[in-house]
Design a protein around this ligand. Structure first.
Ligand code: GLP
Length: 280
């Protein structure tokens, strides 16, 4: 596990975009796992910029989104289909036939989940999965208590998540209570994980995920078991970590006891295949 500290949300987004750009240049037919929520928006904006101004080519990329609400049509402004279209897909040269977002309106949700899992296998697995983290430590919609080996399935959202999501809807009644989500087992099979967290509201979840025990009570803590999991977090999200030196974080990176040294240089060096970056 690699922990990368950045001062601001903007810095974090740029760093994440560098990683994605690097992976895409190495493998033009990258299979990219995508997340929704406000956290990856800065990354998506940076990727759009790279596509337009640096020629970053998404034409051969295949994408899989983590989750979707059940019961919201694709055209609903709060559906993740809509979110992805507006925030990323329509701005880059991605072939829409290569994008996948679970269908929350599917008649047979179980069959939809099985199909999703199979599609991921059929394209050779996810190379790089982008993830946010819920304030309660959830990954995608794998709420606390989710099986750490779970596969794509229907989940009931926790009260906390429903409350957190309420800001996007005009009334509590409209907030969906169910979602289709990739399972934790599915996520863990991605070759690399990129977990982004920004702001004080995520500080406790980040602490539990990075320093706490591996437990279903904090699904994100399973990332400790992944050989190539990168947390990129900003100063506010790092504020509750106890093992990171309390020095000023000004775009420099710090090695915490228990973490591998993070001497970050050029992008290729940061995200190269060097095993030294892995937590042992
Ligand atoms: C939703 C999504 C998660 C996301 C989380 C955090 O619950 N299903 O994938 O990580 O929101 O959202 P935000 O980044 O807005 O805090």
């Amino acid at each position: 596990m690699l922990l990368i500290l950045r001062k601001t949300y903007e810095d974090l987004s740029q760093e994440a975009a560098r990683l994605v750009g690097d992976r895409l240049r190495r493998k033009p037919n990258l299979v990219l796992g995508l997340a929704t929520g406000s956290t990856p928006l800065g990354l998506y904006t940076a990727l759009i910029d790279k596509c337009r101004n640096e020629g970053l080519d998404f034409s051969k990329v295949t994408t899989f989104n983590l989750d979707e609400y059940i019961g919201l049509p694709r055209s609903h402004q709060q559906s993740y289909h809509y979110f992805m279209r507006e925030s990323l897909f329509k701005h880059i040269n991605l072939d829409s036939r290569h994008t996948h977002v679970p269908d929350g309106m599917a008649r047979d949700i179980e069959a939809q989940c099985e199909w999703y899992e199979q599609r991921i296998v059929d394209v050779g697995g996810i190379d790089l999965q982008i993830l946010g983290i819920g304030a309660n430590g959830h990954l995608a919609f794998n709420e606390p208590g989710s099986s750490l080996g779970s596969r794509t399935r229907i989940k009931t959202l926790s009260e906390r998540t429903v409350r957190d999501n309420a800001r996007f809807f005009t009334s509590m009644e409209q907030v969906p209570r169910y979602a289709i989500t990739m399972g934790i087992g599915t996520i863990m099979e991605a070759r690399e994980l990129l977990i982004l967290a920004s702001g004080e509201s995520k500080a406790e979840a980040v602490r539990a995920a990075v320093e706490g025990p591996i437990t279903a009570a904090c699904p994100a803590s399973i990332c400790q078991m992944h050989r190539r999991a990168y947390f990129i977090i900003d100063e506010a999200a790092r504020s509750k970590l106890t093992q990171v030196p309390v020095e000023e974080v000004t775009g420099r990176e710090y090695a915490a006891p228990g973490y591998q040294s993070l001497r970050l240089g050029e992008p290729s060096e940061i995200f190269g295949e060097r095993r030294a970056h892995e937590r042992t």
